[in-house]
Design a protein around this ligand. Structure first.
Ligand SMILES: *[C@@H]1O[C@H](CO)[C@@H](O)[C@H](O)[C@H]1NC(C)=O
Length: 243
C-alpha cells in the first residue's frame, strides 16, 4: 500500500513537469488526467492498437459479409436473333440484338436489360432465385414487379449460365426468338415470403403474381408490354398482359 501511494505521488510530480512539453496532437483530456505520462503514452498506444485491431476486424468481417450477400460474378453479353414469326427474311440488313448485364451466384442470377434500341420493349431487372424457384421481373418503365415460378426448362442453372456468358464474350451469337405470354393474376401485398432477393428487388413497388397463358389471345396493346431477354441459347420475348 505504501509503495503504491509513493509511486502515485511521484507520478503526479512528474506529470506537473511534463504537461507543458506534451505534443499538440495529444488529447488534452488524457494529458491532464492524474496519471503518469509514461503510463498514459502506453495507454494511448494500447488504445491505438485496439482501434487498429477493431478496424481490421471490421474490414475482414465486412469483406466476408460482402462476399456472402452479393453476387460473385458479373457478365455482359449480347445475342442477335431472327424472329421466325415475323417472316424469315424480313430483316436482311441487320439482325436485332439483345444485350444483358448479369450477376450470377450459386443461388440466384440478376439480369439487367437495357431499353432496346430498335424495337419496342421495356428495360427491366429479371431475378431468378434458384433456391426458392421463383422469377421476378421488375419493369423499370412501370416500376412494377411481376413474380412467377421459375421455369427450369428455359432458365439455365448458374454454372451453365456462366458457361453461356463466357462463350458470348468471344463469339457474336446468332439465335432465334421464342414468344412467351404471361398474364397478371393477383396483387401481392407482402413480398417477405418471396425470399431475401426478391424482397430486396421488389420492396416498395407494386408486386403482382403472374401465370403462363397457353392460348394467345388478342389484346389491346395498351394492356401489354414486352421484355426481351435471354437466359439460355435463345432470346425470349416475354409479353406481360393485365388480366
Ligand atoms: C417453360 O417455358 C416453355 C417455353 O416458353 C414452355 O413451353 C413451358 O410450358 C414452360 N414450363 C412451365 C412449367 O411453365
Amino acid at each position: 500500500m505504501v509503495k503504491i501511494a509513493f509511486n502515485s505521488a511521484l507520478a503526479q510530480k512528474a506529470l506537473g513537469k511534463e504537461v507543458p512539453e506534451s505534443p499538440e496532437w495529444f488529447d488534452p483530456e488524457v494529458a491532464s488526467a492524474p496519471v503518469g505520462s509514461e503510463g498514459s503514452t502506453g495507454r494511448c498506444l494500447l488504445t491505438l492498437l485496439g482501434i487498429a485491431f477493431i478496424l481490421s476486424g471490421l474490414i475482414v468481417g465486412g469483406a466476408c459479409l460482402y462476399r456472402y450477400f452479393t453476387p460473385k460474378r458479373l457478365y455482359h453479353g449480347a445475342m442477335q436473333f431472327t424472329d421466325m414469326s415475323s417472316g424469315a427474311e424480313s430483316q436482311p440488313y441487320y439482325l436485332p440484338q439483345v444485350e444483358e448485364e448479369v450477376e450470377i451466384s450459386d443461388s440466384m442470377a440478376v439480369i439487367s436489360v437495357p431499353p432496346p434500341r430498335f424495337r419496342p420493349g421495356d428495360p427491366a431487372y429479371i431475378l431468378h432465385d434458384f433456391h426458392r424457384k421463383l422469377t421476378a421481373y421488375l419493369d423499370l418503365t412501370l416500376r412494377t414487379c411481376f413474380v412467377i415460378p421459375l421455369n427450369t426448362s428455359v432458365v439455365l442453372p448458374p454454372q451453365d449460365l456462366i458457361d453461356l456468358f463466357s462463350q458470348l464474350i468471344s463469339d457474336s451469337y446468332r439465335s432465334y426468338l421464342v414468344h412467351e405470354d404471361l398474364v397478371v393474376t393477383e396483387r401481392i401485398e407482402d413480398v417477405k415470403p418471396l425470399g431475401f432477393y426478391i424482397r430486396r428487388l421488389c420492396d416498395g413497388k407494386k408486386t403482382y403474381r403472374m401465370e403462363r397463358r397457353g392460348n394467345i389471345q388478342k389484346r389491346s396493346v395498351d394492356d401489354c408490354f414486352t421484355i426481351h431477354h435471354f437466359e439460355n441459347k435463345f432470346v425470349t420475348e416475354t409479353r406481360i398482359c393485365k388480366a
